[in-house]
Write a protein that binds this ligand. Structure first.
Ligand code: FAD
Length: 287
């Protein structure tokens, strides 16, 4: 199938892109890497009147670190650029590990960090990593700029806090402050979307865990913090038994459904195994 006819606008500034969105009464779609949008257009799952191409917007393709140690990743940073960025590797390694699991090289070469977050696929890796890192999403629209916690940004299946006239401009990751991470997923084939995955961030400055985020993806409409697993890890010195208990708690808390790819009970089993694995990886020094 081919897309329905649409008008094409190549925006040259953020203001121009926002004006296009605001002027089309919700009938426009932003085009970033096109790796999710193009298939949806071709299948006529979306029928925008106008495509606003944001690939030439200046300043959104950078990975930077500010004086407060916050890692600032622009919306137009391609997954491949994130993988190659020394700053991201040093100060946001969980995001880099997550990006490594996205699709195939050709997809990573075009797909953008902003597109991945804005698209909010429930099985996507970067949204879960952003929630685990307590990252914030920066947004600009007709009413001005705002920031939203990643945990509040993902609101439902392919649904985010973005309004129709807003553009996601970047994601900001707070300083690691001794944080360690773990990441594990299972997909049927390398490059496929995950059947289930888990991103973990812990802090254990004196051996006992003082902070934990356990976030599952592919098992619900949004990345899901599994607070019962986090509660088991905080206050403990992490070992096999603690990690196993966290995995069992995570599996009990998550709420996957059956689909053509896997049953809910298989996904629950995966969450148990992957949580234990990611918690142990974090404890072993993923940093
Ligand atoms: P686009 O396709 O251009 O846009 C996607 C949506 O986001 C559109 O609705 C668009 O309007 C909106 N959008 C884009 N940028 C912005 C912005 N800055 N502000 C507001 N809205 C915006 N992804 C994974 O996470 N994991 C995978 O394993 C994976 N496997 C894939 C396998 C295949 C075969 C394919 C085709 C894709 C796969 N993807 C996967 C998707 C890929 O990561 C996309 O790059 C990503 O989901 C969307 O990024 P994009 O830049 O291509 O966005």
């Amino acid at each position: 199938m081919k897309p329905v006819a649409f008008a094409y606008v190549r925006a040259r500034t953020l203001e121009e892109a926002i004006a296009c969105l605001a002027g089309t009464d919700g009938e426009a779609k932003l085009l970033a890497g096109g790796q999710s949008l193009t298939p949806m257009l071709n299948m006529r799952l979306v029928r925008p009147a106008t495509l606003v191409d944001i690939n030439r917007l200046p300043g959104l393709d950078r990975v930077e670190r500010d004086a407060d140690g916050i890692l600032r990743i622009g919306a137009l940073v391609r997954h491949t650029d994130l993988l190659r960025s020394p700053l991201a590797r040093a100060h946001g390694p969980l995001l880099v590990e997550a990006a490594r699991h996205i699709g195939h090289r050709a997809i990573r070469n075009r797909g953008t960090v902003g597109g991945s977050l804005a698209h909010a696929d429930p099985a996507a890796e970067l949204p879960a990593a952003a929630v685990a890192l307590d990252a914030r999403v920066s947004i600009e629209g007709a009413a001005g700029a705002r920031e939203v916690d990643a945990a509040d940004f993902f609101q439902g299946l392919f649904t985010t806090a973005l309004r129709a006239d807003e553009i996601l401009t970047g994601v900001h990751v707070p300083p690691a402050d001794g944080a360690r991470w773990g990441f594990a997923e299972v997909a049927r084939r390398a490059g496929d979307f995950a059947l289930a995955g888990v991103a973990v961030v812990t802090r254990a400055p004196a051996g006992t865990c003082t902070h934990a985020r356990v976030v599952a993806f592919g098992v619900g409409p949004t990345p899901a913090r599994l607070r019962s697993a986090e509660a088991l890890v905080v206050g403990a010195r992490i070992d096999e038994a603690v990690a196993h208990a966290a995995g069992e708690a995570a599996a009990a808390e998550c709420a996957p459904t059956d689909d053509v790819h896997a049953s809910a009970s298989y996904r629950r089993h995966l969450v148990a195994v992957l949580t234990a694995r990611a918690v142990l990886q974090a404890a072993a020094g993923g940093a």
